[in-house]
Ligand binder design. Structure first.
Ligand SMILES: C[S@@+](CC[C@H](N)C(=O)[O-])C[C@H]1O[C@@H](n2cnc3c(N)ncnc32)[C@H](O)[C@@H]1O
Length: 197
């Protein structure tokens, strides 16, 4: 049931994202590994609450879409924030969002492949990506300082035990959303650790 609802939400937006993927691929600078689907605003608010964001934090959103998470982290909590996206269209939307909300002093947007980003300066990382992407990010997430928080939306980090899980029904889209909080150091499952005794 849960997987079905999540899948329908993604499929509903897949055609527009697919066109963008083709445009990015033809630009020769790398296509997105997942299509753009925005996190509803009330879910964004809950993700930042779950991560206990304060003005001391440096928040990274990996695949930042229109920049809504990093803009809110800066505007509501006074945090510094960085949004990374591989799509030039999403980067342009994020930059416009930052400008409109006048948070240029605290928010940076960069066009980058998230799998090449050094995450060590971040204290909070937000993810709304596919499970295999979350799993592929584990070596980078392990570079975070102890006590850093990771909040994953709808998809867990496979092979890592969350410290807290939360389900909420968004007033924006009327469907359940699943949030997973991980506090570093990550608690890797035995399988993820490998075969050594
Ligand atoms: C599901 S959307 C999430 C957007 C935003 N974080 C939110 O929650 O509203 C995923 C985003 O990841 C971006 N993306 C996909 N693969 C990427 C990659 N390898 N590097 C950087 N961004 C990527 C897409 O362009 C898209 O904007």
């Amino acid at each position: 049931m849960r997987g079905g609802i999540v899948m329908i939400a993604w499929l509903a937006l897949i055609s527009g994202g697919w066109q963008q993927s083709l445009a990015d691929a033809s630009s020769g600078r790398g296509a997105p590994d997942v299509v753009y689907v925005a996190t509803p605003s009330d879910v964004v608010a809950q993700m930042l609450r779950l991560a206990n964001v304060t003005e001391q934090d440096v928040v990274y959103d990996l695949g930042c879409g229109d920049g809504r998470i990093v803009v809110r982290a800066a505007k509501q909590y006074g945090a510094r924030a960085v949004g990374y996206d591989i799509s030039p269209l999403r980067v342009a939307e994020s930059l416009e969002n930052v400008r409109r909300n006048r948070v240029e002093q605290r928010v940076t947007i960069e066009r980058r492949d998230i799998f090449t980003v050094d995450l060590s300066p971040a204290t909070v990382v937000t993810l709304y990506l596919l499970p295999e992407m979350n799993e592929r990010l584990i070596p980078q997430l392990e570079e975070l300082k102890p006590g850093s928080r990771i909040v994953a939306h709808d998809y867990e980090i496979t092979g890592v035990t969350p410290d807290r899980t939360l389900t909420m029904t968004s007033k924006v889209d009327g469907v359940p959303h699943y949030l997973y909080l991980y506090i570093t150091p990550l608690r890797l499952d035995d399988e993820t650790l490998g075969d050594e005794p």
